[in-house]
Design a protein around this ligand. Structure first.
Ligand SMILES: [Fe+2]
Length: 395
């Protein structure tokens, strides 16, 4: 196994009903809380009301900010920063999915450091400033997918330039993540499909990017992939099963934590290739991953065929002994699985034409070049022509 450092500084509070502990937990970090969450009128209203009342009962002041869209944008984030500072908040609670958690990281760090959220982002010719710190962040995920509840990364979209990118900062690391499966049991069907496949994509990236053979590393990832497959199927039978939601939540947390990533996080190009779909067409992230994964696995099967083949054999029942042939079978098996869960989608299914493919391919190469860890062979470089070929396979 390649050398690595592991640090898991976020305190994980896991279990059904544990959101009720948010008052005592939050009181350890601040007095005036901003809750970043969804606008009223969603199925999460009772949870939002519960969190608010528990915080008030614990003696904290509460401001609710509810203007964050999917693929979080600078305009909403900067508005939240203004309110955060005007209200003299000293703690943020992200109650939502990946976009709300990512936005909360930018709010906490920008409100502390001054200026606007994009000032700190490096993207194309724009070089970001360094944060001077951040207000404490508590995350309460309402969807299991991004793993953002426990890591130091966040996606942001510039409202004016239409650029979208990912940035990292140690200041983004949440102090506490409260993962309560009861909250997750209200996630609707299509979002459940997209998010289970997003968790799968994170595990697959980590598995395939490393050419080293490590049974510890491979077996832990394979275990989580099999756990996602089993529990995805169970969730489709009963979306409200909190036990199943809890299993998926743990796969989400550990797949995107440095426990599994061991500093490989985001070094493969699969997510970078998806990102332009969200930037140009506002496609939800998980839905974009559903579309990209099969084409990606097919097109790049010869990068590290022994890794592709191992995953195909251990998680998808492939018995072919020749690595090159087994590697090619991974994509086919993944497509079968997506179809068996009614999750499979093409670009045509979400009405994305090919007119912007060239620009999207250039964007993907740029995004990947920022994050790539070149020492891992699976994290190979990609050209715009490669990305274009992958988009064409997604049609
Ligand atoms: Fe993802």
């Amino acid at each position: 196994m390649t050398p690595f450092n592991w640090c898991f500084p976020t305190k994980l509070i896991y279990g059904q009903g544990r959101v009720c502990e948010v008052g005592t937990i939050a009181a350890q970090y601040g007095k005036k809380v901003m809750i970043a969450t969804y606008t009223p009128g969603s199925a999460l209203d009772p949870v939002i009301n519960k969190v608010k009342s528990v915080l008030l009962a614990a003696g904290l002041d509460v401001t609710v900010f509810a203007g964050i869209e999917p693929n979080p944008r600078t305009q909403a984030i900067d508005k939240a920063v203004e309110i955060f500072n005007a209200e003299k908040c000293d703690l943020i609670i992200a109650l939502g999915g990946g976009s709300i958690i990512d936005a909360s990281k930018y709010i906490a760090a920008t409100a502390f450091s001054g200026g606007k959220s994009w000032d700190y982002v490096t993207c194309n010719e724009h070089v970001g400033r360094e944060y001077t710190g951040a207000f404490p962040i508590i995350t309460i995920p309402t969807v299991s997918a991004s793993g953002s509840e426990v890591n130091a990364s966040g996606v942001i979209k510039n409202t004016e330039t239409k650029e979208k990118t990912l940035s990292y900062s140690p200041y983004y690391l949440p102090k506490v993540a409260i993962v309560d499966p009861e909250i997750l049991a209200s996630v609707p069907l299509r979002l459940t499909q997209d998010s289970c496949i997003d968790i799968f994509s994170h595990l697959v990236e980590l598995y395939l990017c490393d050419e080293d053979e490590s049974e510890f590393s491979d077996r832990t990832t394979e275990g989580m992939i099999l756990c996602v497959k089993d529990n995805f199927e169970k969730a489709l039978d009963d979306l409200g099963d909190a036990k199943v939601r809890g299993e998926l939540a743990l796969c989400s947390v550990y797949s995107r934590s440095n426990f599994k990533a061991r500093e490989h996080l985001d070094c493969m190009s699969m997510h970078a290739i998806q990102m332009p779909l969200s930037t140009h067409y506002d496609l939800p992230h998980g839905r974009g991953m559903v579309i990209i994964i099969p084409a990606y696995l097919e097109y790049l099967a010869d990068v590290l065929p022994h890794r592709w083949a191992k995953l195909a054999r251990r998680c998808f029942g492939v018995t072919e002994t020749d690595d090159a042939k087994a590697a090619k079978m991974l994509s086919t098996e993944v497509v079968k699985w997506f179809k068996s869960t009614n999750s499979f989608l093409t670009l045509g299914d979400v009405s994305i034409p090919d007119e912007k493919f060239k620009k999207m391919a250039q964007d993907a190469v740029r995004i990947h070049s920022v994050n790539r860890v070149t020492s891992h062979k699976g994290a190979h470089s990609i050209s715009a022509a490669d990305v274009l070929a992958i988009y064409k396979l997604c049609k």
